[in-house]
Design a protein around this ligand. Structure first.
Ligand code: C5P
Length: 222
């Protein structure tokens, strides 16, 4: 087939979704933000007072909801059933519980099943933690995006501030470090660079420069 797959993985706030969105638009690919799916489940758990350490209860919740992406005038929105949760899933509470929710095997298996189904239909660019290693092991291009922790915290600080969120630099930095540590050391599909992924260090690079770099890699790999 002519369908293409690009996998972008890396630690928190490395700019994965920002560049993936731009690339998807440029290339005419579907964009799937796998982190948004875990965030959505986390939001449902918190709203339903389901403990985020209860694997079976979380899986039950997941099996009862659909998580979809819809292209709207101002970009891609995330829906749980027919509820737009695009903004809510970025909140501090969701962010602090999402790694625990993401650590369970059965939850991940169901997410991966849904993610692979999305990739079945069209050319896709997907970002997350296990795209190159688990979801799309045969992707045409795999990128592992990294940046120094200070730069990542700085970017997230500015992004949150521009959204009108209350921001605290040291809190953001501490959360990034905590989440990376949790994601890299968990038992089920931990965050790791796939053997055939290309490392791109974005420290000191602009968004446009990172996009250009990945476009070059795509041309070489397709
Ligand atoms: O990408 P984002 O920061 O929104 O992801 C939130 C969290 O979801 C990550 O810190 C990680 O715990 C989890 N996640 C995951 N696997 C993915 C994507 C996200 O475990 N493919």
């Amino acid at each position: 087939t002519n369908r293409k797959q690009i996998a972008i993985d890396g630690p928190a706030s490395a700019g994965k979704s920002t560049v993936a969105k731009i690339l998807a638009e440029k290339l005419g690919f579907v964009y799937c933000d796998t982190g948004a799916m875990y965030r959505s489940l986390t939001l449902v758990a918190l709203n339903n007072k389901v403990e985020t350490n209860q694997e079976e209860a979380l899986l039950d919740l997941l099996n009862g909801i659909s998580i979809t992406f819809k292209q709207m005038a101002d970009g891609q929105h995330v829906f749980i059933d027919d509820q737009d949760v695009t903004t809510q899933i970025r909140g501090e509470r969701v962010t602090s519980y999402v790694s625990e929710v993401s650590s369970f095997k059965s939850v991940r298996e169901e997410m991966v099943r849904r993610q692979q189904k999305l990739a079945d239909k069209e050319s896709i660019i997907m970002d997350g933690r296990d795209v190159g290693t688990v979801i799309l092991p045969d992707a045409d291009l795999k990128v592992f995006l990294v940046a120094s922790v200070d730069e990542r915290a700085e970017r997230r600080f500015k992004e949150n501030k521009s959204k009108g969120m209350t921001v605290d630099f040291s809190g953001i930095k501490a959360d990034i470090i905590r989440r990376d540590e949790y994601d890299m050391t968990r038992k089920n599909s931990p965050l790791t660079q796939a053997n055939d992924a290309i490392l791109v260090d974005t420290t000191g690079l602009s968004i446009a420069e990172v996009v250009l770099e990945i476009e070059k890699l795509a041309k070489r790999n397709f």
